[in-house]
Design a protein around this ligand. Structure first.
Ligand SMILES: NC(=O)C1=CN([C@@H]2O[C@H](COP(=O)(O)OP(=O)(O)OC[C@H]3O[C@@H](n4cnc5c(N)ncnc54)[C@H](O)[C@@H]3O)[C@@H](O)[C@H]2O)C=CC1
Ligand SMILES: O=C([O-])CC(=O)C(=O)O
Length: 265
């Protein structure tokens, strides 16, 4: 009998719960461990060992750890896991907007002989963007559009009255570097686009609060020597967290399932 791939998860919010639902249907995968804050009273499904300290997760030595907890957890926990030789898949890619964190992750992966994978998350078209970048890109523009409620608790509140908005309002225009840093729960996709294309400073970003939409939409427009493409993804949000698209959770699940398989088809 082939051994199941043992997965550890950091965080147990909306994304992690959706991930567990998907992965528990797969025979080749066992969700073994979860790192949860000691203050959290959230129950985890039976069979998953709960840790409230990263040392416990490292000692459990899962085959792969999946981060679903936010930028801070990437900076605090992922280098330690990589140095311990544990492969990590991250979804809070916006943490990589900080060059010091990128360098630390690179060093940790080299020292531990481990691999870090950043998933596409809620956006698509990154394969085409990566390929197009080889011949040189002139412009990459990302537009993110979500209902006003998805922008609560963000700097958007200082620019527009989210509660009473009647028409779409663009509240941010700037670089992926700033967007990923300032909207850590909404603009991780800008970091994924930046890393696949022309970097954090040259990737242009527009963020819109739109009371006429129910979806979290992500539009990518790319121009370069290869030609041009535009792609729009209209995502349904996860019911437990309107900031997060279901596709982001599915993207993590797909990355884990692909890794557990023997063929990459
Ligand atoms: N790449 C992408 O397309 C997307 C990425 N994300 C990222 O995924 C993260 C998780 O998303 P959701 O599950 O929807 O958020 P959520 O807020 O529902 O859940 C996050 C959970 O992580 C826990 N957590 C935070 N720091 C932790 C730590 N150091 N150790 C253990 N647990 C910790 C929190 O207590 C919370 O339960 C977001 O913060 C965001 O950074 C979210 C949406 C899309
Ligand atoms: O899930 C989404 O629609 C995108 C998101 O929140 C992020 O990139 O952080």
């Amino acid at each position: 009998m082939t051994q199941k791939m043992r997965i550890g998860i950091i965080g147990f919010g909306a994304m992690a719960q959706s991930l567990v639902q998907q992965l528990s249907k797969r025979d080749a995968i066992h969700i073994a461990d979860c790192l949860i804050r000691s203050t959290s009273t959230r129950p985890v499904p039976g069979g998953i060992v709960r840790h409230d300290d990263i040392s416990g997760l490292i000692a459990a030595a899962p085959d792969l750890v999946v981060e679903c907890a936010g930028h801070r957890s990437v900076a605090d926990h992922v280098p330690r896991l990589l140095r311990a030789g544990i492969d990590v898949t991250i979804v809070s890619i916006g943490a990589l907007a900080d060059a010091a964190i990128r360098e630390e992750l690179q060093r940790a992966a080299e020292e531990g002989g481990a691999r870090l994978v950043a998933v596409a998350g809620a956006i698509g078209g990154l394969d085409a963007l990566r390929a197009a970048a080889l011949a040189g890109l002139d412009a990459v523009t990302y537009t993110g559009r979500k209902p006003p409620g998805a922008w609560t608790g963000t700097p958007a509140e200082e620019v527009v009255a989210l509660d009473t908005l009647r028409e779409p309002a663009t509240f941010y225009e700037g670089s992926a570097a700033e967007a990923a840093r300032d909207y850590p729960k909404n603009a991780n996709v800008t970091a994924a686009v930046a890393l696949a294309g022309i970097g954090f400073d040259r990737t242009r970003v527009r963020l819109i609060a739109d009371p006429t939409t129910r979806t979290n939409s992500h539009q990518l427009e790319v121009q370069g020597a290869f030609g041009r493409f535009a792609i729009t993804i209209e995502n349904n949000p996860l019911p437990e967290n309107p900031k997060t698209s279901w596709l982001a959770a599915l993207s993590v699940a797909e990355a884990v399932i692909r890794r557990a398989g023997k063929l990459e088809l």
